[in-house]
Design a protein around this ligand. Structure first.
Ligand SMILES: Nc1nc2c(ncn2[C@@H]2O[C@H](COP(=O)(O)OP(=O)(O)O)[C@@H](O)[C@H]2O)c(=O)[nH]1
Ligand SMILES: [Mg+2]
Length: 244
């Protein structure tokens, strides 16, 4: 059996977590040869997220400070300390469908990284605001123009990685620019990126991302990584966990 770590970032996501955890297809994955472990990295939720995570048998870690980017990097570091072979990450807000985990995992056999593609997938009509929809397309287009490597949906939160890939990534993002930096790092390391169309649904609970401010931060990250390809003295698994 191979092992996959499912990494879920949470900030007041009790409702979403309670909805997605029972839907993780444990049996199907086991039949396909995958054992799972689930790690929730929390940014200090005050709505009982921790209770839900523990009730469903997840490992739970409280990050220092806040930020999805810092949380994911902490999760990646935990993954590298574990004996898992692959990692699948997605948001815990009910937008992504745990039933599709195997779709990403199976594609990982022929690629280093697999990205769940919402923009060419099945997007529910109420899943994304118009400004976010346009912003996602524009940022994806800019990323490809700057880095060349194929990318269909830069800000997708549904990714699968092999262990070898995660060892290569060099990241220092604190917030929602983390996915853009994952892309730039994969492009710079010449890693093979594949896409699978996925379904995307309306989130449960309240959004933490501010469209304009976070869109700007993502754009800025792309520009910075075009000029300085790796973070200054920061490498995943070494000095990158200084969380302000
Ligand atoms: N650990 C942690 N998770 C966060 C933080 N901010 C957001 N998240 C989680 O990251 C995921 C994406 O956030 P969300 O508000 O849905 O942003 P969007 O999907 O990009 O619009 C959700 O599962 C959030 O609960 C944070 O500061 N720390
Ligand atoms: Mg979301």
């Amino acid at each position: 059996m191979k092992r996959v770590m499912i990494l879920l970032p949470t900030l007041d996501e009790a409702e979403g977590l309670a909805q997605i955890l029972p839907r993780i297809p444990v049996k199907k994955l086991s039949m396909k040869g995958w054992e799972i472990e689930t790690l929730v990295i929390d940014g200090g939720s005050e709505d009982g997220t921790k209770d839900i995570a523990e009730r469903f048998g997840c490992d739970f870690m409280l990050q220092q400070g806040k930020g999805k980017g810092a949380a994911m990097r902490l999760g990646f570091l935990q993954f590298l300390k574990s004996n898992c072979d692959a990692l699948v990450m997605f948001d815990a807000d009910g937008t992504y469908h745990p039933e599709e985990i195997y779709k990403l995992l199976s594609k990982l056999e022929n690629a280093d990284v697999v990205v769940g593609d919402r923009l060419r997938g099945a997007m529910d009509p109420d899943a994304m605001t118009r400004i976010n929809y346009i912003g996602n397309h524009v940022l994806t287009w800019i990323a490809v123009a700057l880095f060349g490597a194929p990318m269909n949906d830069l800000c997708s939160g549904y990714w699968a990685f092999s262990r070898r890939t995660l060892m290569e990534l060099k990241l220092n993002s604190m917030r929602f620019e983390i996915e853009a930096e994952m892309y730039t790092s994969c492009a710079i390391e010449n890693l093979e990126m594949a896409h699978v169309p996925i379904r995307y649904s309306k989130r449960l609970g309240e959004a933490k991302l501010g469209s304009v401010k976070d869109g700007w931060n993502i754009f800025r990250k792309l520009l910075v990584r075009r000029i300085f390809s790796t973070p200054h003295e920061t490498r995943l698994g070494e000095g990158n966990l200084t969380i302000q």
